[in-house]
Ligand binder design. Structure first.
Ligand code: 3MF
Ligand code: MG
Length: 344
């Protein structure tokens, strides 16, 4: 029995289209996904603002709240909580050059409108967290905007969100690149610095995604540890990634089992989840996956996480201590490898 609760976003189940080719599976409608997520054992759903209220631009502020309230009823039916709402600032015509740090003042105002609507939706859904994946916040042409100005724009935007609602928490999901060339807030270290510069650092933290850390050349478990040490790990997006290339969102643990084990271990050792935090997945099926297997990558990620949790439960801290005392890290490393291979 896992000690953790799990969450997932509807985009984790998608039709397989990529930048180079069309869909390979049928779209699955939102209600069907919800029922399946509940059946797979997820406790909470993560939303983009327009996952919660599709076609959001077409509605007034009041209508958006009403639609969110209707969604809350649907979630209740499946006993699912809402974990967070994330303004999807990378799909809209108004955010071609980014949102909070767009070179267009009108577009920056639009981005704030989406941020405020995301907060309204979160409140209706009974959650207090806004996730900012800053997809297009940075530069494609380095000389097009000053990184100093852009960083200050981000801090100012977060301050406005904190002022708009005294309870809302803002959780930045850092990523060093893609779709932007040079991002403004690329790692959890950047997130801590931005947090400290806001009007209420206690309400600004991070969402560590394994693949994003790997894209920055960093070890996800250490990045998780860093955020935990700062008391600012608000959620995680666990997945895997084959080195520094396009963002892959692979099934958790399939590329580097030891790194995955250490992510589970650091979460478990530090009481992650004790204050209601969820273990979030951000995984994509392979393009070759057939319709009937549309959820297999989620099932596999959950299973791998839980198997690794069992391994973490078995971890022999006495033996570890002995190895450390003798400076015998070769023996400690071999112990970990045997534990993971099941030959101990
Ligand atoms: C991109 C991501 C995103 C975010 C999501 C929620 C589409 O690399 O990880 O997934 O997690 O938008 O903020
Ligand atoms: Mg993510």
């Amino acid at each position: 029995m896992s000690k953790f609760k799990f969450s997932v976003g509807p985009w984790n189940v998608h039709a397989g289209a990529d930048s180079y080719g069309p869909a390979t599976r049928q779209e699955i409608d939102f209600d069907t996904k919800l029922a399946k997520f509940a059946e797979l054992g997820f406790s909470a759903i993560q939303f983009h603002d327009d996952d919660a209220v599709p076609n959001i631009n077409a509605y007034t502020e009041e209508e958006i709240k009403e639609k969110a309230a209707a969604l809350k009823k649907k979630l209740d039916k499946y006993n699912l909580a809402a974990e967070f709402v994330a303004p999807r600032l990378w799909m809209d015509d108004h955010t071609i050059d980014g949102g909070f740090m767009s070179t267009s003042e009108k577009d920056r105002e639009y981005a704030m409108w989406r941020a405020y609507r995301s907060i309204d939706i979160a409140k209706e859904l009974g959650c207090d967290m806004i996730v900012l994946w800053l997809a297009r916040e940075g530069t494609l042409c380095a000389e097009s905007k000053s990184p100093v100005w852009a960083t200050k724009q981000l801090i100012a935007a977060i301050n406005k969100m904190l002022e708009y609602d005294p309870k809302i928490r803002v959780c930045i999901e850092p990523k060093p690149n893609e779709p932007i060339d040079r991002s403004i807030c690329g790692t959890i270290g950047h997130v801590m610095a931005v947090s400290a510069a806001t009007i209420d650092p206690s309400r600004v933290g991070g969402n560590l995604e394994s693949a994003h850390a790997i894209l920055a050349g960093l070890d996800p478990a250490h990045e998780i540890g860093f955020a935990l040490a700062m008391g600012k790990l608000m959620t995680v997006h666990l997945n895997d990634q084959n080195g520094i290339r396009y963002d892959q969102d692979k099934t958790f643990g399939v590329e580097n089992l030891r790194a995955a084990f250490n992510q589970v271990k650091v979460l478990k050792e530090n009481g992650y989840g004790d204050h209601g935090e969820y273990v979030g997945l951000d995984v994509k099926a392979m393009r070759t996956t057939r319709d009937e297997d549309s959820y297999k990558h989620l099932e596999n990620s959950l299973s791998i996480f839980k198997y690794l949790e069992e391994k973490a439960d078995k971890f022999d801290y006495e033996f570890q201590k002995k190895c450390v005392a003798n400076r015998d890290f070769e023996a400690l490393e071999m112990y970990v490898m045997k534990l993971l291979m099941g030959v101990e």
